[in-house]
Design a protein around this ligand. Sequence first.
Ligand SMILES: [Zn+2]
Ligand SMILES: [Zn+2]
Length: 372
Amino acid sequence: MAQRDPYEVLGVSRSASADEIKSAYRRLARKYHPDVNQGDPASEEKFKEVSGAYEVLSDSEKRARFDQFGTTEGIPQDPFFGGAGGGGIGDLFDMFFGASGGQQGRRRTPAQDGDDLRLDLQISLLDVINGLSKEVEVNRASECGDCNGSGVEGGGQPTQCGGCNGSGVVSVVRNTFLGQVRTQTACPKCNGHGFTITNPCRKCSGQGVRPSTDKVLINIPQGVETGSTIHMPGHGSDGVRGGRPGDLYVVLHVLEDGPFVRRGQHVLTGIDITVSQAILGDEMVIDGIDKELNVEIPSGAQPGQKVTLKGEGLPPLHGGRRGDLVVELNVTIPKKVSEAEARLIREFAELRGEKVPDGKSSLFGGLFGKKK
Ligand SMILES: [Zn+2]
Ligand SMILES: [Zn+2]
């Protein structure tokens, strides 16, 4: 079943506060509650959907995951809410309403899926051009070799809990906002696991996994951007007792702290040129992103004028025709000139039929005053 947008289900905005989400949930839960809609399967479905949406949006981690990936599927369930395969909603339903609503006493499997992990990786613009295969170190929980992931010393299987007969939950009567209802709560004897380990593995303290740092080879395609995410299924933490391993999400950050500014596939940069280069034109060699490049400065170049170097920008995702490198010309005016240079500038103005500047503020106040 495809996951419906939980914001849509609860009728709240993406920026809704925790209180807004809670009150929307309460309103809809009352409306669709099975006690109010005896035997109406549509209402029961609706109620489950509302509960499922609330389960995502009331959990800041799951909410953030949904906001980022548009789904929470593949996220390991909270062990309290039970095992794999979308059991979470039914179990939440059970927890709130006990026998009055859902099915009861589902046998819990001791399997627990591994956590999804996120790794942030910085790469350069050169890596965007070439792509990159890089081995990274990932801190994850990996299966304990001593107990083969069972958590039981010397291997073997955990014992089913006698307090809850393996279901992980026990029934209690509780006062809730819906009145007095029989609810289920985590079995205190086994903390909701449904099983106990009497002789826990000494190496992993019965966890079945141990912290480890593992090397993972990441293949980054050409043309990625900041925020591009590489999904590596099964490279998250290992599951325990037959649970599935989580996934690794590598979130990329492209560094732009050099002279280059990225605009999609195009890249902007700037170079300083002299007044005489601007007037007469010139050819210069500059450092591009991946190689040296020739820049033709046209004669009569104006400050801020741009020269486009076709195909010297960045490739699209997974490679292809590169965008452009756009070079902005920054014409630098000399801050000081010698007497001889000033004479030539005046002559230059005269030749062009311009009014020859008297130069009072600069020539007599500044230029020659500081002459050494
Ligand atoms: Zn172990
Ligand atoms: Zn128990």
